[in-house]
Design a protein around this ligand. Structure first.
Ligand SMILES: NC(=O)C1=CN([C@@H]2O[C@H](COP(=O)(O)OP(=O)(O)OC[C@H]3O[C@@H](n4cnc5c(N)ncnc54)[C@H](OP(=O)(O)O)[C@@H]3O)[C@@H](O)[C@H]2O)[C@@H](O)CC1
Ligand SMILES: Nc1ncnc2c1ncn2[C@@H]1O[C@H](COP(=O)(O)OP(=O)(O)O)[C@@H](O)[C@H]1O
Ligand SMILES: [Mg+2]
Length: 271
């Protein structure tokens, strides 16, 4: 049985805002994304997390890019380099977009997967590293949300993924490595660590644009930082992300939608 994620599901699962909360009540999260040529991925994920309601967002940003990062989003705090003990203290972590595949990055991801017990979104290059590094899959946990598109899923599962086999391969994967899996595409499928399948009903092909997945990573990390269960964080985020694309079309063409437009539309959501 497949559970549909629709307006009713959203209304049933979204928490009311804590009106006496302070910024720490809304989650203190870190985005580990970007590297030379791909810092935009970090900007998009970090800003999306803030607009989805995170109280505090920190990003790892190299010193030479800090100034431009600040001019885009001064609200994001910065860590200039890897600091494991600090990173372990955040409520939730989003890691992977644009981080690359070099040895230091692989080592850092391995450390994090071994030592961090909190909720974590693993996207893009984090998934590519897991796919090719021996024994890393064994550190996956139910509180990890994995967000592969079919290209990334093919690497992760070691088999070409298509619409016809995606869910079956996903179910086999979570049975072996319990984690929360989002198979991204039109009508993204979400598989809980217990093997329950959900299907999103929102969104359109305006989402087929660079960085829209990075925005989704930021939104999921934000929900996790607010203490939503991984499956709820995943399903509510995918639904909202699709809605953002629908709302964009009220005033622009599909082809003109860029990832930053999606972030702007978060202003219409009380998350
Ligand atoms: N502004 C920034 O800094 C941005 C930074 N970004 C960062 O860049 C990194 C690269 O990410 P990426 O996703 O572009 O590349 P990659 O993982 O190599 O996959 C590409 C290959 O996979 C295949 N493929 C199959 N199905 C697919 C599907 N549904 N959707 C997509 N691909 C699908 C397809 O191969 P084909 O099936 O055509 O043979 C395709 O050629 C990553 O870290 C990301 O976070 C981006 O977010 C952009 C903005
Ligand atoms: N044709 C489509 N219809 C609906 N959603 C789509 C379509 N193409 C892509 N998406 C959505 O857009 C996002 C793309 O993510 P991803 O491929 O990781 O992009 P990027 O890495 O460039 O940020 C996913 O959430 C996916 O579900
Ligand atoms: Mg991506």
């Amino acid at each position: 049985m497949v559970h549909l994620i629709d307006d009713f599901y959203f209304q049933q699962h979204i928490h009311p805002r804590n009106e006496i909360g302070n910024k720490y009540s809304f989650g203190n999260i870190i985005i580990i994304a970007g590297s030379t040529g791909k810092w935009g991925a970090s900007l998009l994920a970090s800003k999306a997390a803030l607009r989805a309601g995170s109280g505090l967002v920190t990003a790892i940003v190299s010193e030479d890019y800090e100034e431009s990062f600040l001019s885009f989003c001064p609200e994001v705090m910065h860590l200039r380099e890897w600091n494991l003990s600090k990173i372990l203290s955040y409520d939730a972590i989003g890691i992977g977009p644009g981080i690359g595949l070099d040895d230091a990055t692989k080592h850092h991801l391995k450390e994090l997967m071994r030592k961090y017990e909190g909720p974590m979104v693993l996207d893009a290059d984090a998934l590519n590293i897991i796919s090719t590094t021996e024994n890393l899959k064994g550190f996956l946990k139910p509180q990890h949300v994995l967000t592969p598109h079919y290209g990334e899923a093919s690497r992760l599962f070691g088999k070409k993924v298509s619409d016809s086999n995606a869910v079956q391969l996903g179910l086999e994967f979570v049975q072996k490595y319990p984690c929360t899996l989002i198979l991204k595409g039109p009508n993204s499928k979400i598989i809980s660590s217990e093997g329950i399948v959900y299907q999103n009903t929102s969104g359109n092909d305006a989402l087929a644009t660079a960085g829209s997945g990075d925005v989704l990573t930021g939104i999921i990390t934000s929900f996790l930082g607010k203490k939503y269960d991984p499956i709820q964080a995943a399903s509510l985020s995918v639904f909202v992300h699709g809605k953002l694309a629908e709302i964009c079309l009220e005033e622009q063409s599909k082809s003109s939608v860029i990832a930053s437009d999606l972030i702007e539309k978060l202003k219409g959501f009380e998350l």
